[in-house]
Design a protein around this ligand. Structure first.
Ligand code: HEM
Length: 147
């Protein structure tokens, strides 16, 4: 199980050092996945990116802690984001980008516990994404007859 304190501590350290990490996360995302930039075409102010990252961070804290809802949250967001044209593989990328951003800000203060906690968390996200139900396939494979 990921080490909640180390993950939480790393996020707090990043916030103390860099303030709002939103621009750093998305700069890194767009460098790694340039096609994703255009997907945020509606987000002139950056409010959507900020709101999304805050939900992702809450999900990370749940995954690293009580794990009360993160699995369902990710499953659900995979479906809603399908409508925006976001491939599910980018979900794993996005969580990894958050980890890389936090590690880069922490620099020499990035501890082995933080690295281990994040590595486990990313493996968990990978497994959740891989196991997420493919609703589109089940809908198209078994269309309901309309009486
Ligand atoms: C668990 C992971 C994720 C969560 C919890 C999440 C959450 C959200 C939320 C809450 C919004 C709406 C924000 C608002 O309208 O104020 C949003 C929008 C959006 N998300 Fe995510 N997201 C996740 C993963 C991703 C990933 C991996 C991508 C790909 C880079 C992505 C791309 C987008 C885009 C393009 C929009 C804007 C869609 C629009 O035009 O309205 N999301 N996300």
């Amino acid at each position: 199980m990921p080490q909640p304190n180390a993950i939480e501590a790393s996020l707090m350290l990043a916030a103390e050092r860099a303030g709002d990490i939103t621009p750093l996360v998305y700069d890194r995302l767009f460098a790694a996945q340039p096609a994703m930039r255009a997907e945020f075409w509606r987000d002139g102010s950056g409010a959507i990116r900020g709101e999304m990252l805050s939900r992702v961070i809450e999900t990370i804290l749940d995954l690293a802690g009580p794990r009360a809802y993160a699995d369902q949250m990710i499953d659900c967001e995979i479906i809603t984001h399908d409508a925006y044209g976001i491939p599910r593989s980018v979900f794993t990328t996005f969580f990894a980008i958050v980890a890389e951003t936090v590690a880069a800000i922490a620099g020499p203060d990035w501890t082995p516990d933080m690295a281990a906690g994040w590595a486990r968390l990313l493996a968990d996200v990978d497994a959740i994404v891989a196991a997420a139900p493919n609703h589109e396939a089940s809908w198209t494979a078994a269309p309901r007859a309309i009486a």
